[in-house]
Design a protein around this ligand. Structure first.
Ligand SMILES: Cc1cc2nc3c(=O)[nH]c(=O)nc-3n(C[C@H](O)[C@H](O)[C@H](O)COP(=O)(O)OP(=O)(O)OC[C@H]3O[C@@H](n4cnc5c(N)ncnc54)[C@H](O)[C@@H]3O)c2cc1C
Ligand code: FES
Length: 272
């Protein structure tokens, strides 16, 4: 498995002012924002995030963490779900405006896999960080991927995923897609009927909890990206702690922004 929590990625996080190159609404309350990288040396990898100052002045005081959705040499794309004051301000920004970002932050998905079968499962805006992961894994000739993407209503970025993988199951609570309901049923069926080497997932906590349980029942390694509420984003305030296993019978708290946001399922202890 290579990596375990407690391994921090020692990237030098810095403040940058970055230009917004594009901002489009792509679904109800979801925006795709393309941001110019501060320089070609700015490297950010699948699973990592940036902490964005969404407003002007002191409102809102805290930055908002947003995962990297897709990246190339010159730009990075983020997908933002407008759920509150910070994300609304961010989605209201126009092409040509500059935003203050702190990054790159957090650890990365472990993509140290050269062959085998991988199942990627996303729920809601949690599909966003799985796109860059899918792009990276699609470059490995001997890695076979299948995706399950779940939405409350209108699916988004499905075509972007299909640029990298053909095998995509779209799940929605609305009629008209591959499966009606939640991702858990097709996920469980998939793991029961096929053997996978690794599962990757991001989405709401109740979904991740089920993904972890089902993966464990099927003896499949799972990497989970936790999108917990944060404040500083750099390991200083302890707002984002999560309970994790340490050895057989012990546990401790770790900071999701620093030791995470990606953890192996076997390491995470979700609240009962
Ligand atoms: C590592 C990481 C990566 C993330 N990546 C993305 C991403 O790619 N795209 C994206 O849209 N969002 C992402 N998020 C979530 C995003 O940071 C929050 O939605 C955002 O901070 C909310 O700010 P706000 O001011 O709009 O909402 P607020 O006004 O602060 O809150 C509005 C409502 O949303 C709830 N809320 C706020 N933050 C969260 C949260 N993290 N989880 C669940 N409920 C929350 C509040 O309790 C409240 O009910 C990520 C979070 C983390 C930690
Ligand atoms: S958000 Fe401050 S320690 Fe994680």
């Amino acid at each position: 498995m290579g990596r375990s929590i407690g391994r921090e990625v020692y990237t030098l996080e810095k403040n940058y002012l970055c230009e917004i190159l594009e901002n489009q609404r792509i679904a109800h309350n979801v925006h795709r924002i393309k941001i110019k990288k501060p320089s070609k040396d700015f490297k950010i990898q699948a699973g990592q995030f940036i902490n964005i100052k969404c407003g002007e002045g002191d409102f809102p005081l805290l930055r908002r963490p947003i995962s990297i959705g897709l990246t190339d040499e010159e730009s990075m794309i983020v997908y933002v779900s407008k759920i509150g004051k910070g994300t609304k301000l961010l989605c209201d920004k126009s092409k040509g405006e500059f935003i203050d970002i702190l990054g790159p932050l957090g650890n990365t998905f472990n993509v140290d896999i050269e062959e085998g079968k991988v199942l990627i499962v996303g729920g809601g805006i949690g599909v966003a960080p799985l796109l860059e992961l899918t792009r990276v894994l699609s470059q490995k000739d001997d890695v076979e991927m299948k995706l399950i993407l779940g939405y409350r209503d209108e699916p988004f970025i499905v075509e972007e995923f299909k640029n990298y993988v053909d095998n995509v199951i779209v799940v929605s609570e609305k009629e008209g897609f591959d499966h009606k309901g939640y991702v858990i049923a097709p996920f469980e069926k998939e793991l029961r009927e096929n053997s996978y080497d690794e599962v990757f997932s991001c989405g709401p906590e109740p979904m991740l909890k089920k993904i972890k349980e089902i993966s464990e029942e099927n003896n499949t390694t799972v990497q989970l990206l936790l999108e917990e509420r944060m404040a500083c984003g750099i390991g200083a305030c302890l707002v984002c702690t999560c309970k994790t296993k340490r050895g057989e019978d012990d546990w401790n708290y770790v900071r999701i922004c620093k030791e995470g946001p990606v953890f192996y399922g076997k390491e995470v202890i979700f609240d009962e």
